[in-house]
Design a protein. Structure first.
Length: 459
């Protein structure tokens, strides 16, 4: 048998960015608005809150996980209906959409359908990987034959992870090493894109990780699940799951392509593994507008450990412990930031009420990071800032994040057009009484608020 570690055929992944040109669809030739009374036209509401149901306002995307929008489990996903609604009302074909906290790339995937250029930033390197898979057109493949090749691979590969045996049963590790040996030695990029997510899902299935928690975490429940799994014919089960998941990827790619009526030219720039907080500072002093519309869902106040949620995936994709450790240090709960001016009476009033040093640190780091970055980036946004946030809580103290954002940007001259309030139906987050990053009691948001801010062009 051959080990990829012996002949060094796999290079450590880099955190660099790339640009490309991809397909385009004419803006909204396929859009059919509903008769919902919650429909809001631009300029119809100024500085008001309106309740909406985005899933009903955007019927042409059948579900929040339709196509490659539901490619892989990712914490606190930005649902495509929100982005589609925004682009339909505020976007212009040929303009550029920018998401500095892009997560798994929903903003870009949606902008692509409308023929808008897009630029995505995120600290998590999975952004680039998932984006490439999501936009790939499905290619006919003999799935049983492909699965057989993977299972029979003579090449072995294991991640650079000292704690590998802590997270996986000993008898499963050699089995996974052959599957990932096939992946990392595969020269066909189309095949690699097809099998990436199925392999990640299968690998997680065999891990001791508790899927109901956001960060990598073992639990008695997860241990019992693995024990039960290994009592049966787990290799045959793995084959079935592998084939099913490969077919699912092809189906989802086909569904996504079906939303596009035409092909054209869209400019795309993906920056995966980028520190948005630091990069935003580097733009200070640069002239000109880089983007027409900024739309983003910033990390939540108490749910910011997205690298920890993806740690197991990054190891198997080939990232080293050193790389992952460096990324973890840049997440908001651990990111050292300087104080920045926040022009919000609400922010300052609440700040004065937070007496516990740990809670005050969580509060200040969050707003200094996110508001600081958005303020710097807003200087390069030509038309709209659109922020999707939810109300949060610290020690039972309500934190109206949307109100703080609105007050701050109004003070900088932006016009608050409307806040659209949508009820949360589901979310993929940890299920724990306490947040693992802050140690504070977890608070479940019931609504999310889409804040629409327009640049004041009146001199």
């Amino acid at each position: 048998m051959t080990s990829l570690h012996d002949d060094h055929r796999v290079q450590e992944p880099s955190l660099t960015s790339y640009s490309s040109a991809v397909g385009q669809l004419p803006l909204l030739e396929w859009y059919r608005p509903t008769n919902s009374q919650t429909k809001v036209q631009p300029g119809e509401q100024h500085g008001k809150e309106v309740e909406v149901v985005f899933r009903e306002l955007v019927p042409y995307i059948p579900s929040t996980t339709y196509g490659t929008f539901g490619l892989y489990r990712y914490p606190a996903k930005f649902i495509p209906q929100v982005v589609a609604y925004v682009i339909e009302h505020y976007g212009v074909r040929g303009h550029t959409v920018f998401d500095p906290f892009a997560g798994c790339g929903t903003s870009g995937l949606t902008a692509r359908l409308f023929g808008l250029n897009y630029e995505l930033w995120d600290l998590n390197p999975l952004l680039g990987i998932l984006h490439e898979i999501a936009i790939t057109k499905p290619t006919p493949v003999d799935v049983p034959q492909l699965a057989q090749k993977m299972l029979n691979s003579e090449i072995e590969w294991l991640p650079d992870w000292n704690n590998l045996a802590y997270w996986f049963p000993q008898e499963v590790i050699p089995f996974l090493s052959h599957l990932w040996g096939y992946y990392h030695s595969c020269s066909d990029e189309t095949i690699k894109k097809l099998i990436t997510v199925p392999l990640l899902k299968l690998t997680r299935m065999f891990s001791y990780n508790d899927a109901q928690r956001q960060k990598l975490s073992r639990s008695p429940k997860a241990m019992a699940r693995i024990t039960d799994l290994l009592r049966g014919d787990w290799k045959s089960q793995a084959r079935v799951i592998l084939q099913t998941e490969i077919n699912t990827i092809m189906t989802k790619q086909l569904e996504y392509q079906s939303l596009m009526l035409d092909q054209g030219h869209v400019n795309v720039s993906i920056h995966a593994g980028i520190d948005t907080i630091q990069r935003s500072k580097e733009l200070k002093g640069e002239k000109g507008h880089h983007w027409h519309l900024l739309i983003t869902s910033p990390p939540y106040l108490q749910a910011q450990e997205y690298i920890r949620a993806s740690k197991i995936d990054l190891f198997w994709m080939g990232y080293s412990e050193e790389q992952i450790r460096a990324l973890r240090k840049k997440e908001l709960p651990y990111h050292e930031v300087e104080a920045v001016p926040i022009f919000s009476p609400t922010f300052e009033r609440l700040r004065q009420t937070l007496n516990e040093p740990k809670i005050l640190q969580v509060y200040e780091r969050y707003f200094y990071s996110v508001v600081g970055a958005l303020t710097a980036l807003s200087e390069h946004v030509q038309d709209y800032l659109i922020l999707f946030v939810g109300p949060a809580s610290l020690r039972a103290q309500a934190i109206p994040i949307d109100r703080i954002f609105i007050e701050h940007f109004e003070a900088l001259g932006w016009i608050h057009e409307v806040t659209l309030i949508d009820k949360i139906v589901s979310r993929v987050l940890f299920r724990s009484k306490k947040n693992p990053a802050t140690g504070l009691e977890d608070y479940r948001m019931k609504t999310e608020h889409l804040v629409v801010l327009r640049r004041n062009t009146v001199s």
